[in-house]
Design a protein around this ligand. Sequence first.
Ligand SMILES: O=C(O)C1=C[C@@H](OP(=O)(O)O)[C@@H](O)[C@H](O)C1
Ligand SMILES: C=C(OP(=O)(O)O)C(=O)O
Length: 421
Amino acid sequence: MNVTITPSSIKGKIAASPSKSAMQRAVAAAMLAGGKSIIHNPGLSSDSLAALDVAEKLGSAMRKFPDRVEITSEGIVPLTETIHCGEAGLGIRMFTPVAALSNKALTIVGEGSLASRPMDFFEEILPQLNVSCQTRGGKLPIRIQGPLQAKDITIDGSLSSQFLTGLLMAYGVAAGDGKTTITVRDLKSRPYIDLTLQLMAHFGVQVENRNYEQFIFSGKQHYHPAEYTVEGDWSGAAFLLVAGAVAGDVEVSGLNPASAQSDKAMLDALHAAGARVKEGDHTITVSRDRLDAFEMDATDCPDLFPPLVSLAANCNGTTKLKGVSRLAHKESNRGKTLQDEFAKLGIRITLKGDEMEVHGGTQMSSATLFSHNDHRIAMACAVAALNADGAVVIEEAEAVNKSYPEFWQHLGAIGGMVDHP
Ligand SMILES: O=C(O)C1=C[C@@H](OP(=O)(O)O)[C@@H](O)[C@H](O)C1
Ligand SMILES: C=C(OP(=O)(O)O)C(=O)O
């Protein structure tokens, strides 16, 4: 699907869509708790729907309503040999160790960009936990056979935090009497682990976090069924907040200021760039003002790079963003993708080692852009297009469904001139 954005002024209010990061974790916890859990505000992102499908295939009973989903589980009892994780990086990396709690031979698959994202971690780590594991050269499919046994283990957290999230979730069930420790070297995306631990605690499992280097389970625990409400998504909201900063005035509600979500750091960037920001109770208002280049280390909030680049393109001067090497293995190679697509708008981006420089403040031009089937690239292009000198076409715009299926409708509702079939 192509979407055409005509330069427009932004004005309006939007309620943030539900966070897929929180939702997928809630599904895993509900699945691991014996009994009935209720998840409110589940949302319809493809990654969240894929998580519900995984839970069904792993034996949970599901009742879906527009505002909630009820998950009834008796533990991990796979109904099929193949588990399909859609295109969700977190999904596959979290559900693989969880599925390995069963003793059944399983094949874990996914689609789209997931087929080329690294999974070799599992081949190295799962055999140490008594799970046989084979991948195709470090990529999908992943063949496993458990049951996983929790043991003291040391892992590398520098590529992604998602593998640790999966192990923590599974250890919540598998850790036995006594003390079991996951030691992690060089953990990146740390706030995502806070979100994991928060979710686990909500469902009754406590883990001691020693400075993101050791995660300690002291004794046997159980997940308890619970009610949980999925928070508004700071990652998706970041695009709307930038739209307000560069093209008018926006109010986004449903954003928890105390959230563990890493992407609430978008507020720091908006302040640093000089945007007018008002922080209310769960509501953020951002209005256009003079914007100047800023510096930020986004190593631990890698998903902010796309909206940060849309903001930086509108800032006078050269914005410096650290952490770009974290983007190589997302839905696209996002450093390069942002460089290529923003070049078509006339914005020069340089990549030097771990740093990205965005040379902003010049008039952006009408162009045809390609999302690379990456939801965050599609949304970053759309926000940049608001200030172009003519229409901007975005190809494969349906990519937004992965995290934020309402994005085009929301952008239109706040004044973005969005044309699509
Ligand atoms: O745990 C999560 O929900 C996520 C963790 C991050 O991945 P990395 O830990 O690989 O950086 C982030 O990029 C991804 O979109 C979602
Ligand atoms: C990288 C992302 O997600 P995942 O790794 O879960 O596919 C994302 O949402 O930008």
